[in-house]
Design a protein around this ligand. Structure first.
Ligand code: DAT
Ligand code: MG
Length: 149
């Protein structure tokens, strides 16, 4: 089982797409193991996006991500990181495959609705930044034997 950090960004919350985004991941078979809503401080936003410090879009990215509350989640499942990224679609919605969240609901890279960890190291770092151990659940669902062989 792999875990990944997923965030519904402020545009997703404002546009009423929290449920759509959760449903896509849930129906895929991934299991939600942690969730909370929060409004990021500039400091926290800069920590989350530390790898992008110095890039031309950094200031706009920090403005965007602090515009309103976000929904932070941890999802678990086989290849959860890659599966979630592919369900979200390409970073730039213009290049996202039809059927993905970003292709179906977004137009611009600076308003792309959702964040997902891009690899195992990033996932571990992001989960530790956003959640404490006691905020993450370990549980089985009775349907899991119909999703996992
Ligand atoms: P992703 O969110 O797909 O992991 P990323 O980590 O490269 O993409 O970038 C983080 C966010 O920064 C991305 O969701 C939107 C924004 N961003 C990335 N590249 C950008 C660019 N060239 N112009 C404007 N915003 C950009
Ligand atoms: Mg990224």
């Amino acid at each position: 089982m792999e875990r990944t950090f997923i965030m519904v960004k402020p545009d997703g919350v404002q546009r009423g797409l929290i449920g759509v985004i959760i449903t896509k991941l849930e129906r895929r078979g991934l299991r939600l193991v942690g969730m909370k809503m929060l409004h990021l401080s500039e400091d926290f936003a800069k920590k989350h996006y530390a790898v992008h410090v110095g890039k031309p879009f950094f200031a706009g990215l920090i403005d965007y991500i602090t515009m309103g509350p976000v929904v932070a989640m941890v999802w678990e499942g086989t290849h959860a990181i890659e599966v979630a990224r592919r369900t979200m679609g390409a970073t730039n919605p213009a290049n996202a495959d039809p059927g993905t969240i970003r292709a179906d609901y977004a137009l611009e890279i600076g308003r792309n609705l959702v964040h997902g960890s891009d690899g195992p190291k990033t996932a571990a770092t992001e989960i530790a930044l956003w959640f404490s151990e006691d905020e993450l659940m370990t549980y089985d669902r009775s349907i899991d034997r119909w999703i996992y062989e």
